[in-house]
Design a protein around this ligand. Structure first.
Ligand SMILES: *Cc1c(COP(=O)(O)O)cnc(C)c1O
Length: 388
């Protein structure tokens, strides 16, 4: 499915005929309580939400847009990207089960697996960040119930052959959940590659404006969907109608922002890769990246976030670099319209096998600014890096 058809679909869902005279954007219904006309219709779901927890028009429209994007039978919204990971794991794992995830998994997902699931009798195995699909499948035991896939992974961006791993898992009766925040439901379609549950932090590209937190969960299989739906009901999680409305506004321009930011990111990645201060740029669209071949085969676009491995340096040099930047904001996220920079070396210490890097690890998120202005800013940052 091309980005072009996603572009059209995300817009045309707003102008679909048959809804009567109405505003282009749905109303924001701030409601706990919904009123009915008669006692006999109070429980009738065909007349709309019965209670605020069921979600209003904006949430329903956003759920449908994400389901369309993911090629899903159904999609749900949850209060954060982290909740989009923890909900399906909570729904699908039982005491005695084992979950496999990459050693490079998003930090809070790892914490949930080891601390929360661990305390409830679910054991975990973390595979090397650069393991092949076959090597990961080789770790499956009789107790393995689920594999949490993150590709490209957090901070070091290793790319996995998802279809191959999903097939091997399915053959062994193991469920797969993929954190597709990097692909944003756009550059990669997990469900079409055999994944059971595709999740993403809507917080990042879909919302796109760094002004809300939300996650989305998408499934193809109705039975898996029922288990997740039941768990969400049990948890009582809710997404605010204002946030759903903002995310719906954001998702209309997702394909354009995503493609433009990727174009700028590639230009910047090439510029950085040629710099004497830089050892490697970790970004799958670069031909030098270990994940490039799989990315080129499976993806039709790229996120605009990259790892910057420096030649040597120390924490003080990394701080000088960050303080030398004026256009890049200093903040822990990505996917918004604005460029961001962080120092990530410390995060690697949480891994069982931290990668042997020749220097400090920085992360850059490229926003919608003019890439030449960002390059000039990075030139200033590198000057400060050298200057200590
Ligand atoms: C940011 C992020 C999340 C969590 O999203 P929040 O909305 O911040 O909870 C999950 N997975 C990945 C890969 C992320 O980058």
């Amino acid at each position: 499915m091309s980005i072009l058809s996603d572009r059209t679909r995300l817009i045309s869902s707003a102008t679909r005929r048959g809804g009567g005279r109405r505003s282009v954007s749905p109303p924001i219904e701030r409601a706990s309580t919904m009123l009915s006309d008669s006692a006999g219709t109070m429980r009738d779901p065909s007349l709309g939400p019965v209670y605020g927890l069921d979600g209003g028009s904006a949430a329903q429209a956003l759920r449908q847009a994400i389901a369309d994007l993911e090629g899903a039978a159904e999609a749900w919204l949850v209060p954060s990207g982290l909740a989009a990971v923890t909900a399906p794991l909570s729904a699908l794992l039982r005491p005695g089960d084992e979950v496999i995830a990459t050693d490079a998994v998003y930090g809070p997902s790892r914490r949930f697996i080891t601390r929360w699931l661990g305390a409830r009798g679910v054991t975990s195995t973390f595979h090397p960040a650069d393991a092949s699909a076959d090597a990961i499948a080789g770790l499956i035991t009789s107790r393995t119930r689920l594999i949490l896939i993150e590709s490209p992974s957090s901070l070091t961006f290793e790319v996995i052959d998802v279809a191959r791993l999903a097939e091997a898992a399915r053959a062994r009766g193991v469920l797969t959940v993929m954190d597709n925040t990097w692909g944003a439901g756009l550059a990669f379609k997990p469900l079409a590659h055999g994944i059971d549950v595709s999740v993403q932090a809507v917080t990042k590209y879909a919302a796109g404006h760094s002004d809300l937190l939300m996650g989305a969960i998408a499934v193809k299989d109705r039975d898996v969907g029922r288990q997740i739906d039941g768990t969400l009901e049990d948890m009582g999680w809710h997404v605010s109608p204002d946030d759903a409305w903002l995310a719906l506004r954001g998702i209309r321009t997702l394909p354009l922002r995503y493609a433009e930011q990727a174009r700028s990111a590639l230009k910047i990645a090439h510029w950085l890769a040629a710099r004497a201060e830089v050892a490697t740029v970790l970004y799958p669209p670069l031909q030098t990246d270990p994940g490039h071949e799989i990315w080129k085969r499976d993806y039709c676009g790229a996120a605009s976030v990259m790892g910057l491995v420096m030649k040597g340096g120390d924490a003080a040099a990394a701080e000088r670099f960050l303080d030398g930047l004026s256009l890049f904001g200093l903040g822990w996220s990505w996917g918004g319209f604005e460029s961001l920079a962080t120092h990530e070396t410390g995060q690697l210490a949480h891994r069982l096998r931290p990668p042997a890097l020749p220097g400090e690890l920085l992360r850059l998120h490229v926003g919608l600014e003019d890439p030449d202005d960002l390059i000039a800013d990075l030139e200033r940052g590198l000057g400060a890096w050298r200057g200590g």
